[in-house]
Design a binder for this molecule. Structure first.
Ligand SMILES: Cc1cc2nc3c(=O)[nH]c(=O)nc-3n(C[C@H](O)[C@H](O)[C@H](O)COP(=O)(O)OP(=O)(O)OC[C@H]3O[C@@H](n4cnc5c(N)ncnc54)[C@H](O)[C@@H]3O)c2cc1C
Ligand SMILES: *[C@@H]1O[C@H](CO)[C@@H](O)[C@H](O)[C@H]1NC(C)=O
Length: 438
């Protein structure tokens, strides 16, 4: 255990997925002076990538490390605080007949991961063609499912992410965690003092309104904006966005799709069981995402205002319409509602970074690099911080250590090598609709 006592003040910057989970785990571990600072005025924060109806919780990965971690997370999703928000509806994972080879190869690796793992194997069925698919997922019978093949994994499902954030906020508050929201929670910077030859030591944070919050430990869980607080990360963590949009269903339409699995065509995108409360059917088109590179600094950060991200790029909309055509053609021409680009912290290998910031005397921990697959870990992410405190000065999990090697280019094909991404990453300014609010 590093030199920190349970009564020392701990400040968590960010009330999104990683920050809230950390607040819960620290309070469960006995820390009793924990404060979460969140710049939005509400939980779920509108600026959190997890402020959303639903996120996929699937355990198969091309990399067994994250498979095993998700299996732990799914067990935790079934415990009291989380269980109401986890829905084990299954995951229908396919390629369409028009999918490029890269998408097919990726699907095959995911399928092998699911079929080989002892926990998942009994829940996996191979499906080739419309007849086989609709035998298990009758809700898609009106679709063409042209050339679709893949598998259904009943071990997986989805989580209602906004509701889960609210539940953990409530639970952490009940356990005595303090929450400062809005102006009072908008952190402008970490305050350091000279730490002698070893470097510097954080003594707290300063809000933009000028207030100082003292801390023995600062945990930075600022999502896509992390490089604003820890500029050294700007060369390795890139703010990147994917788009979402919804189709409004009637009560009967939503009821008819009840219980359907998350449906994912690797080359087109995915959608979820309709939200029972709002009857919204949520879509995410597949692609390599968008970056917002500052031409001078070469650094990608989310745009200043949320309103700027309130649209879906035209190519993405085309993919959603094609996906609907293949699956639920009766909804193909419906208006898309609540479109948005949603910003995450991306790294070149899709690995998280959960570590002390070097030369801070173990006074700052950063949780970043969620790379778009962090929400499924919501019930356990905070335990990585308590584990790190137990471990002492070095992160024992090598892949989560702070990395010093900078990435090659400032923009362009960043992340294109990641096997599961299709197409080219584009610049936000190139897809923003003309006349969009600045
Ligand atoms: C379109 C889309 C689809 C996704 N689908 C999935 C999925 O299917 N499955 C899955 O597992 N994951 C999914 N994700 C990823 C998931 O949402 C993220 O991995 C997760 O939200 C990351 O958590 P975080 O805490 O790092 O960041 P966030 O949840 O974004 O939270 C960061 C918080 O920090 C706050 N903040 C930032 N700077 C400051 C500051 N200076 N002061 C105070 N507060 C600050 C922000 O307001 C925000 O609330 C998806 C993401 C996107 C964009
Ligand atoms: C928490 O820590 C702060 C900063 O040191 C201190 O001012 C405050 O009194 C502490 N609160 C509790 C309940 O110990």
């Amino acid at each position: 255990m590093m030199d920190i006592s349970k009564s020392d003040p701990v400040v968590i910057v960010g009330g999104g997925a990683f920050g809230l989970s950390t607040a819960l785990h620290l309070s469960r571990a006995g820390f009793h002076n924990v404060t979460v600072l969140e710049k939005d005025t509400q939980i779920p924060p509108r600026s959190s990538a997890a402020n959303d109806l639903n996120k996929i919780v699937r355990a198969e990965y091309e990399d067994p490390f994250y498979t095993d971690l998700t299996i732990k997370a799914i067990a935790a999703w079934k415990t009291s605080v989380f269980a109401p928000h986890f829905h084990q509806t299954g995951f229908l994972h396919c390629v369409s007949g028009a999918a490029p080879d890269k998408a097919r190869a990726t699907l095959d690796r995911f399928q092998a991961s699911a079929e080989q793992h002892p926990a998942m194997r009994p829940h996996v069925v191979r499906l080739d063609g419309k007849a086989a698919i609709t035998e298990h997922v009758w809700q898609l019978q009106s679709g063409t499912l042209e050339g679709w093949r893949g598998y259904l994994n009943r071990y997986d499902g989805y989580a209602h992410s906004a509701d889960a954030l609210v539940a953990v906020h409530r639970e952490a508050s009940a356990r005595g965690v303090r929450f400062l929201l809005g102006e009072e929670g908008d952190v402008g910077g970490i305050i350091y003092e000279d730490g002698g030859p070893a470097g510097r030591v954080a003594v707290g944070v300063r809000t933009r309104s000028g207030r100082v919050h003292k801390a023995r430990l600062v945990v930075v869980a600022a999502g896509a904006s992390v490089a604003k607080l820890i500029p050294e990360l700007a060369s390795r963590v890139v703010a990147k966005a994917w788009s979402v949009a919804h189709v409004q269903l009637t009560d009967d339409e939503a009821s008819a799709l009840r219980g359907m699995p998350v449906t994912y065509a690797r080359d087109l995108g995915f959608f979820f069981e309709p939200d029972p409360k709002t009857k919204l059917l949520k879509f995410c088109p597949m692609g390599a995402g968008y970056v917002n590179t500052d031409k001078t600094s070469g650094v990608s950060l989310p745009p200043q205002s949320l309103e700027e991200s309130g649209f879906m790029p035209a190519d993405d909309e085309d993919k959603v319409r094609t996906l609907l055509d293949h699956t639920l053609p009766w909804a193909r021409d419906r208006p898309l509602v609540n479109p948005a680009l949603c910003w995450i912290a991306d790294t070149s290998g899709s690995d998280y970074t959960i570590d002390y910031v070097p030369k801070t005397g173990s006074s700052v921990i950063v949780m970043t690099g969620d790379s778009g697959h962090g929400f499924k870990m919501f019930p356990i992410a905070g335990s990585w911080v308590t584990d790190l405190l137990e471990a002492g000065a070095e992160q024992p999990i090598a892949r989560w250590r702070w990395k010093s090697a900078p990435r090659d280019g400032a923009s362009g094909d960043w992340g294109a090598d990641v096997s599961w991404r299709l197409g080219e990453t584009k610049e936000f300014r190139d897809v923003k609709p003309p006349g969009a609010k600045l």
